[in-house]
Design a protein around this ligand. Structure first.
Ligand code: DOR
Length: 443
């Protein structure tokens, strides 16, 4: 072995085939060796991280964040969003196009990439949004480093991106090779049912307005279009038993994402407890639905990946009261630890957790050399203490909005270090400034 820059010693490594205690050597931003023991005395210049008793995971890939940059930077920007990611053990984020202006051109993607090269603590990718008039721009972004694929809002949410006409969707599905990620709610039904929202007395009306049927009908429709086009599509943040049962029968033509919040929080309790802070699209629903996301979604392998849908809005905005309050909640800093708490509660294995947060996202978006601890892969790793407890607190959140829906919750599992491209940018409570992430490369 030539040189080694960094040795992570004696962690329980979650490898593709097993969990075992190894020393991991990192050279030039890549994992150069994974061995039972690396003799550090042979590498006097190497930095050593003692990790006995900890677990080393492949770096977490968050497939769905909104970092609001450009245009809505009073809520978040690429610096604060990526710092939040780093503290949460996320080494790569994929960001959504509903910024202001919406990200609908190659130029807008390149603008974000250049800004992230200056500001981002972690690796990054930016989705291009489809608006029905930018097919050539979408095609120009196919295979572009830093762009994982296309995002389509089938129902309106934050921002003005919206596209639900069948002919336009069919045109995109048949002519675009990149992954296509869908926000699936039925716009026509949302409009028909708008009075429920307008006349609402409390935030509980949110999941009545945007009910299961609005999500299910949109998902059925879009899967039909995907079949016509013979294009596999990715359906984001699935929230209901009904949809997960439907998607289970249609796995040949789609992949499926859920969020930690839909797996962890449920109505009406969460709305009673934190009011509009729990308001998001598609909504958090009753326990019956959350239970089905576990029993069918996770346990029967219908769900492929977990993404946080980190969607920060300021407390001032949230406190306007329903329905004036915007939809979305922050989550990039808690995506991993909330799932580790589920691991500790025995409902999820650590191996499955790593699949949902690391290897499956890398596979879904063809992220080259990411998502697994394998020699030759990018040295993106997350060091955790699975046994430590912590209380999640608003004041510990690096997001500009400074709050978390989990404030006060005691969970088991702590992020101890986040190694991005071989650099320990966060370690044992300290952020090391000066490192910047890179755009994703797709295979
Ligand atoms: O609740 C949501 N908030 N859902 C979305 O689809 C968008 C997001 C946001 O950007 O605020």
């Amino acid at each position: 072995m030539e040189n080694i820059d960094l040795i992570i010693k004696s962690a329980q490594c979650v490898l593709p085939e097993e969990i075992s205690i190894k020393d991991v050597g990192i050279t030039g931003g890549k994992i150069s060796c994974i061995q039972d023991s690396i003799d550090a005395s042979n590498y006097p210049n190497a930095q050593i991280i003692e990790a006995k008793g900890k677990h080393l995971l492949p770096g977490i890939i968050d497939t769905q964040v909104h970092f609001r940059d450009p245009g809505l930077t009073h809520k978040e920007d690429l610096h604060t969003g990526s710092l939040s990611a780093l503290l949460g053990g996320v080494t790569t984020f994929l960001e959504m196009p509903n910024t202001h202006p919406s990200t609908t051109t190659k130029e807008a993607i390149e603008f974000k990439i250049n800004r992230a090269k200056e500001l981002s603590y972690t690796n990054f990718g930016f989705f291009i949004g489809a608006n029905g008039e930018n097919l050539e721009e979408i095609k120009a972004c196919q295979g572009l480093d830093g762009c994982p694929g296309v995002k389509i809002f089938l129902g309106s949410s934050t921002g003005d991106l919206l596209l639900y006409k069948e002919d336009k969707l069919l045109e995109i599905f048949t002519s675009v090779k990149s992954p296509i990620a869908l926000h699936s709610e039925n716009e026509e039904m949302l409009r028909e049912r708008k009075d429920i929202q307008k006349e609402a007395k409390s935030v509980h009306a949110h999941y009545e307005w945007r009910n299961v049927e609005t999500a299910l009908s949109s998902t059925k429709r879009v899967i039909g279009i995907a079949r016509k086009a013979n294009k596999k599509v990715h359906v984001l943040h699935i929230t209901s038993k009904d949809e997960i049962e439907f998607l289970k029968e249609n796995k040949d033509i789609c992949t499926v994402e859920v969020t930690p919040q839909h797996l962890t929080l449920y109505a009406p309790d969460i709305y009673d407890q934190i009011d509009t802070k729990a308001q998001m699209n598609p909504p958090i629903r009753t326990k019956k639905h959350s239970d089905a996301l576990w029993s069918i979604g996770i346990n029967q392998n219908v769900v492929d990946v977990i993404g946080s849908d980190h969607a920060p809005h300021t407390l001032q905005e949230k406190n306007r009261g329903y329905p004036k309050s915007p939809s979305g909640l922050p989550g990039v800093q808690t995506i991993l630890t909330i799932m580790l708490d589920h691991v500790n509660k025995g409902v999820l294995s650590l191996e499955k957790c790593v699949e949902l947060l690391c290897s499956a996202p890398a596979k879904l978006y063809s992220l080259k050399n990411k998502g697994s601890l394998i020699e030759g892969y990018d040295a993106d790793c997350t060091l955790i203490d699975l046994s430590k407890f912590q209380t999640l607190k608003d004041e510990d959140m690096a997001s500009k909005v400074g709050w978390t829906p989990y404030h006060g919750k005691v969970i088991q599992g702590v992020v101890e270090g986040t190694i991005v491209n071989g650099k320990p940018a966060y370690l044992y409570g300290k952020v090391y400034e000066g490192f910047r992430g890179l755009p994703i490369v797709t295979a």
